[in-house]
Design a protein around this ligand. Structure first.
Ligand code: ADP
Ligand code: MG
Length: 780
């Protein structure tokens, strides 16, 4: 989907999500008072007339949270643009730009008392500085002094510091103290901040020095991530944030209901903002660095609470719509049982019960079914389909690719057609005439189960009587498409009730993401594999033992099994020394396994050839398949019992797990061999360790999330994750759980603990926040 449509969808969705728009446009209600000393350094100073014109067009002086940052003293349109790129648009965003660490300048250390090995803050005067060129790199050196004591500071590759310091400037240095070659104390690569100039005329003015005195010395000082190519420094942020806080109303109403504040013992919003930027002297240093002070907790909880309130409200609204109350009578029950080719697992039984009970209710089902690869989701989906069909409704089943849609179609025919259900496959590659035919069948209600890619949404497919929409491999669709899909369900006809929706995903979703990305859905989990599968044995070896690995491959093949050998790239590349699929295919087929049937599969082959190769492999006519990650979404080959992954250190954790999911599908014991070549990073080590230790997709997903961060985790950025300003889904998992619990409790009210007015206020505020965070989301 092109991003512009996605973006406009996004806007539309927001409109529907945010029932009313309470978000104030700030520009028309704020001002930029021109008062107080000039606080800015020359780099960030905006042209004078800018600020005068603003000042003259505006009246009183208070800022409000919704005020655009541009109207904060010291921020002009250009700087506002730089900030906008960081997601800082309003005063509220600005004051939620939290320090990433704190420096203890309460008791800065005397140079004389420093010890090698400790982290220390030193405030001293610049004596000399200069750039030295060595054979390997330019080195910048500065000597700072206190009286007669000297401290050497060194920065590698730091030509950019060349003209930064002047003798006489006061600087704050922070870093690890160690001993130089001659035994003298030094700090290598310290964080440095110029505090002011003691000597020069016209350097920093008196007011600025005074400000530095109060903001930068003799306290715990907040350190912000610089931005705008370093132009907006930590020091600059300190000043504008301080200004914003000073000019926000002294009392900020708390939108979190008193009941919730009491449960969590939350600090007031105003106090939290002040303390998070300007901590009290006595605040625990560890809590500060870990974002665990009461001030941090208040701000983080607030963000998570309103997100969860939004999702919970959405969930309840969906429930309040009128859906279809399917009838689960004897006939439907026996129809469901009849199609089963095997005994369902306990997990399958439990999940079907959850789905069926949703379907029986008059409110529309909105359920996510999670289950690891091979846990048997398809049959559960078919059973749900039967309930709808037996009630006289139509079912749509969508998959992200044609291969998967076709695979579902074939299994549906195998499993359901005997029972006389009418099933059609509708994909983009069909001829126009054929498509038109099928669409007509669907529109007239002849087709009971329609299987296709999600082009089913785009193409004008009208259902006569839609009852259930099933989306497979949901994570590939993303949250916005999902919302669109559900709306589509509702679009089918305003007089018809909302169809039920079941979304399925094979990528286990860590609970924190499930609570946010999918917080508006009910969740079912298939946490049990069908019987008869022996767990895959995973081993890790260095590639200098390749010979042993190849003889193991040979042994497996001799026993009648098949093997995959996976490489990270197709062709050799000069910059990396990675082994490539094409070259290794030659080597393996000609030198190592000249007597075996070896073939190669990669993404640059055309679709037909790929299909052909997969089919040959499936039929056992290829014994060893050399490939890239294209087999991730592939066809089932139960006879493949061995997977060798070369350069395993190069793959993402979830990707390794998905790859491994291609084996272990048959009766034979399966092996996954992770070969490493070259040096493995620390994160790489953790990934490989996890793979060897567990086959549990949920554990792997949790660790992958931790290693990569929510943004990278299967492209959640593209999937429309709300962007959090202060919360971190990995660090703040417990607060997220608490937020969800409290949000639900609030919506259970009014009761003795909470009034309707408080609930309304929280919801109004949430709508404003909700739009704000989704409005900023980048849609990929
Ligand atoms: P996924 O959850 O990855 O979509 P599938 O639904 O494709 O998994 O099921 C994987 C394989 O397991 C299929 O071949 C399916 O027929 C088989 N299967 C599913 N449930 C059972 C069961 N209860 N007993 C035995 N085999 C099962
Ligand atoms: Mg599946």
């Amino acid at each position: 989907m092109p991003s512009n449509t996605a973006a406009s969808d996004c806007t539309k969705l927001i409109a529907t999500l945010c029932l009313d728009t309470a978000f104030h446009h700030p520009a028309d209600r704020c001002c930029c008072p021109e008062r107080g000393p000039h606080l800015l350094t020359s780099v960030t100073r905006e042209p004078r007339q800018d600020r005068e014109s603003l000042a003259s067009s505006s009246l009183p002086q208070m800022l409000e949270p919704g005020t655009a940052v541009q109207y904060v003293k010291g921020i002009g349109p250009k700087v506002a643009e730089v900030l906008a790129a960081k997601g800082i648009r309003t005063v509220d965003d600005l004051v939620h730009y939290l320090p990433f660490r704190y420096e203890d300048r309460l008791n800065p250390r005397g140079i004389g008392e420093l010890r090698a090995g400790e982290m220390a803050t030193v405030i001293a005067e610049v004596r000399t500085s200069g750039l030295f060129r060595t054979r390997r790199m330019p080195i910048f050196q500065m000597t700072a002094g206190q009286g007669t004591a000297r401290l050497k500071c060194i920065w590698f590759n730091a030509s950019y510091l060349k003209d930064k310091f002047k003798p006489g400037q006061m600087v704050a240095l922070y870093g690890k103290v160690d001993r130089g070659r001659n035994g003298e104390l030094q700090i290598v690569q310290p964080q440095v901040e110029i505090l002011g100039d003691l000597t020069e005329e016209g350097g920093e003015d008196a007011a600025d020095q005074k400000l530095a005195q109060s903001l930068e010395i003799g306290r715990i000082v907040p350190i912000y991530e610089a931005t705008g190519q370093g132009r907006l420094t930590s020091r600059w942020f300190r000043r504008v944030i301080r200004y914003a806080l000073d000019n926000l109303p002294p009392e900020m109403p708390d939108a979190i209901p008193a009941m919730v504040c009491a449960h969590l013992n939350l600090m007031s919003p105003r106090e939290a903002l002040v303390k998070v930027h300007w901590p009290d002297e006595g605040e625990s240093r560890e809590d500060l660095q870990a974002s665990r002070t009461p001030a941090h907790i208040r701000l983080i909880f607030e963000e998570l609470f309103f997100t969860e309130l939004g999702l919970e409200l959405k969930r309840r609204q969906q429930k309040a719509q009128s859906g279809i109350a399917f009838n689960l009578d004897e006939r439907a029950r026996s129809a469901i049982k009849k199609i089963l080719p095997f005994h369902p697992t306990n997990a399958q039984k439990r999940v079907l019960k959850e789905i069926a009970s949703d379907m029986e209710k008059p409110s529309p089902m909105r359920r996510l079914l999670q289950g690891d690869v091979g846990s048997g989701k398809t049959i559960v989906a078919f059973q749900a389909a039967i309930i709808a069909i037996e009630n006289g409704y139509q079912v749509a089943l969508m998959a992200p690719t044609e291969i998967l849609a076709t695979q579902h179609y074939l299994s549906a025919r195998r499993i359901l057609e005997n029972a006389g259900y009418r099933i059609v496959l509708l994909t983009g590659s069909l001829e126009q005439d054929r498509k038109r035919d099928i669409r007509r069948h669907v529109a007239q209600g002849n087709a009971q189960l329609v299987i296709g890619t999600h082009a089913l949404l785009e193409e004008k497919v009208e259902f006569e009587k839609p009852g259930l929409i099933i989306v497979d491999e949901q994570h590939r669709f993303g949250v916005l498409q999902r919302l669109k899909l559900m709306k589509k369900g509702g679009d089918v006809g305003d007089t018809q009730p909302e169809p039920d929706v079941l979304v399925m995903t094979a990528t286990p979703i860590p609970r924190t993401l499930a609570l946010t990305l999918y917080g508006d859905l009910d969740i079912s989990v298939l946490d049990e594999l069908p019987p008869g599968r022996t767990p895959i044995v995973t081993r890790r070896v260095s590639d200098d033992r390749a010979t042993e690995v190849w003889s193991f491959v040979r042994k497996q093949v001799a026993a009648g099994n098949q093997a995959y050998i996976v490489y990270p790239v197709i062709e050799e590349n000069e910059e990396t020394e990675l082994k490539a699929a094409m070259k290794m295919y030659k080597e393996l087929s000609q030198r190592v396994f000249p007597d075996l049937k070896v073939s190669v599969l990669h993404g640059r082959l055309d679709a037909e050839l790929k299909d052909q190769i997969m089919r040959l492999f499936q039929r056992g006519e290829i014994q060893v398949l050399v490939s890239t990650t294209v087999i991730e979404v592939g066809v089932d080959v139960p006879n493949a019992s061995l997977m060798v992954i070369e350069h395993a250190e190069r793959f993402g954790l979830s990707q390794l797990h998905q790859l491994r999911g291609r084996i272990g599908r048959g009766a034979a014991k399966s092996f996954c061999i992770l070969m490493t070549g070259g040096k493995v990073s620390e994160v790489g080590e953790r990934r490989l360790d996890a793979m060897v230790r567990t086959n549990d997709g949920f554990q792997i997903a949790e660790l992958d999330l931790e290693l990569r961060g929510p943004g990278e985790f299967f492209g959640t950025k593209q999937a429309g994750m709300p962007s959090f300003r202060v919360a971190n889904l990995i660090r703040d998992r417990q607060l997220l759980e608490a937020a969800k619990r409290e949000a639900a409790a609030v919506l259970e009210g009014p009761n003795s603990e909470i009034s309707q007015a408080e609930i309304d206020r929280a919801i109004r505020y949430m709508r404003m926040k909700w739009q704000h965070s989704y409005g900023l989301v980048e849609v990929g």
